[in-house]
Design a protein around this ligand. Sequence first.
Ligand SMILES: [Zn+2]
Length: 196
Amino acid sequence: MEKLYTGTNFLTEFRKRETIRNSITISIKYWSAFLAENDCAPAIAGGYGGNLSCRTQEGFFITAAGANLAELQDEQITHVRSFNLQMNKVIVDGVCLPSSESLLHGAIYEARPEINAIFHGHHSVSLSQSKALKIKVTANEAPYGSKELINEVLRILSDENFVIMKNHGFLSMGKTTDEAGEMVRKVRGLLRSGDG
Ligand SMILES: [Zn+2]
């Protein structure tokens, strides 16, 4: 569902204004381009859909709010050092505001210690397709960046590595960025060979 993108719903405190480039951010850029090429990061009013993150020792790297994944720049990857769901706040190193779904990514990392990469894309999977592929779908639609959306996802997350947020998009998870990305490739392939 195409929704107006109006920015992040939480407070961002910048600690260090720095651009980060290392093997993790290079991999995030690679898979960002992959999601864009596979129609998972469409333009929406006010920005672009989709965001990718990878756990670090202290927090996680995540793509910037509203970033165009097709041409992600180094400064559009922000390091979320810590976050607080109750206070609705993140503390970051970086240049750009982190993805509006930063708290969702953080909540999943908290719930799933074995998961180190989370990719969120916008691609429509019909209810019949998700059933055929045994993909769990959240029970209720919830606004992007909302606590309701986090709760809806946590309710079905269990040990799934690919779930659908109803009328919104998917979350692909893995121990590594490559695992999360290959999962997207696999599901996209299954959709292509299925009923479209
Ligand atoms: Zn989204």
